[in-house]
Design a protein around this ligand. Structure first.
Ligand code: ZN
Length: 175
């Protein structure tokens, strides 16, 4: 594990992330890993240590920092943990100290950075109900980046798409 390379915003690393979306909130993008943690529109998100340690995030030997996967395929490898609900996938820029870790299988891994902004967002079709899709796309306009729509398979991969469809169906018929 390296100590992280300090990058200026012009040298930012790009990566991929998922978010939960809360279209009625002023900051609709919510972190999946840190529940409810909101990404502020038109602002730079600054990492804090999720464990409350008094170091600058990201720190080596700590999981903190703003996470992003090196490519969409590595992000999809984490999609099995997704839960039903409005989902957004997108590309982000990370800068400041950035720690990059290879996956144990040698695949392209994850980046953890101190500063982040979204670069491009796609609402995942099938995770929000039909008429809400346009609303979510419109609300994500608050981030002032290109916003599109992507199929569930393209966003999470075939296997996770099947599981998410099943979970969504179970949730909607349970009540
Ligand atoms: Zn930490």
């Amino acid at each position: 594990m390296d100590q992280g390379e300090v990058r200026s915003r012009a040298e930012a690393v790009t990566g991929w992330r998922y978010w939960q979306v809360d279209p009625d909130a002023r900051a609709p993008l919510r972190s999946l890993s840190q529940r409810g943690y909101a990404w502020p529109p038109r602002a730079v998100l600054v990492a804090r240590c999720a464990d409350g340690q008094p170091h600058v995030a990201p720190a080596p030997r700590c999981g903190c920092g703003i996470h992003a996967s090196a490519d969409l395929a590595s992000l999809q490898a984490q999609a099995l943990c997704l839960r039903p609900g409005g989902l957004v996938v997108g590309k982000v820029a990370l800068w400041g100290p950035v720690i990059s870790e290879e996956r144990p299988d040698g695949g392209s891994g994850d980046h953890r950075g101190r500063f982040a902004v979204p670069l491009r967002l796609s609402v995942v079709r099938g995770t929000v109900t039909g008429s809400a899709l346009d609303t979510v796309v419109e609300r994500l306009g608050a981030y002032a980046v290109p916003v599109g729509v992507v199929s569930l398979e393209d966003a999470v991969g075939e296997a996770s798409a099947t599981i998410l469809r099943f979970l969504t169906l179970s949730a909607s018929t349970a009540g």
